[in-house]
Design a protein around this ligand. Structure first.
Ligand code: DC
Length: 236
């Protein structure tokens, strides 16, 4: 089953709660965001997938990864849909691109297109449109700073670069894909660098974000901390 997002966003002033989860790659955002959305029965926005799909669509259309004008135009017309419930599939038109967009190469390409200001503007409304009742868990780099600055709870998940490289390595091995730990470490550092040094919406915690270092924490511990923050805030 898949769901196409709605193009009309809900403006500010809405009371629909948002849990914004930002942080660098490999800090556990995807896992925690999906689990939190399931437990809360809220919608889920995987904003990184939008940048990944755009980079993929750009390569299909032979558009250079630095061609800001063409990529922004493409971003406005992409036919993207996501699986719902437990279905984690991602679709570009009628093609299931779930695996294609999850490679290290696709992540690096996404980080490159994401540094282009016109691309970010073109994808902004699409992201805001995910805000629907009963609530939204939004996963990305600028959810709490730019896309949902009024989010109910803002969390910044982080972990040491070594720990994040280890996690990626284990994920690859589990999928039967070969990888070198030192290459993964270098890729992660390069991506952190590009995401945090770009001029527009750089990766950084919102001033009112709760920073959680997940290096020594289990998934369940992180999830409980995040859900506690939500229940404290929504029961006030
Ligand atoms: O979360 P991810 O690894 O799927 O994201 C892929 C790239 O997309 C990431 O390196 C930077 C970019 N990105 C972004 O700039 N802003 C977001 N809100 C989400 C992702």
């Amino acid at each position: 089953m898949k769901e196409t997002y709605h193009k009309s966003g809900i403006g500010s002033g809405t009371t629909i709660p948002v849990l914004a989860i930002d942080g660098p790659g490999g800090a556990g955002k995807g896992t925690i965001s999906r689990l939190a959305a399931q437990r809360l029965a809220w919608h889920y926005l995987d904003s990184g997938a939008l940048y990944r799909i755009l980079a993929l669509a750009g390569s299909i259309h032979h558009i250079d990864l630095n061609d800001e004008t063409e990529l922004a135009k493409l971003a406005g017309s992409l036919d993207i849909s996501f699986g719902i419930g437990g279905d984690e599939s991602v679709w570009l038109a009628n093609q299931d691109v779930s695996d294609l967009i999850r490679t290290e190469q696709a992540g690096a390409a996404a980080s490159t297109v994401a540094s282009l200001p016109m691309v970010r503007t073109a994808l902004l409304q699409r992201q805001k449109a995910f805000l629907q009742a009963p609530g939204l868990v939004a996963d990305g780099r600028d959810m709490g700073t730019v896309v949902f600055p009024d989010a109910t709870v803002k969390v910044f998940l982080t972990a040491s670069v070594e720990e994040r490289a280890q996690r990626r390595y284990k994920q690859l091995i589990a999928k039967g894909i070969d990888g070198k730990l030192c290459d993964l470490l270098a890729d992660i550092q390069a991506r952190d660098d590009r995401d945090s040094k770009r001029a527009v919406a750089p990766l950084r915690p919102a001033v009112d974000a709760v920073i959680i270092d997940t290096s020594q924490m289990s998934i369940e511990e992180v999830l409980l901390s995040v859900l506690n923050l939500i229940s404290l805030r929504t029961s006030q």
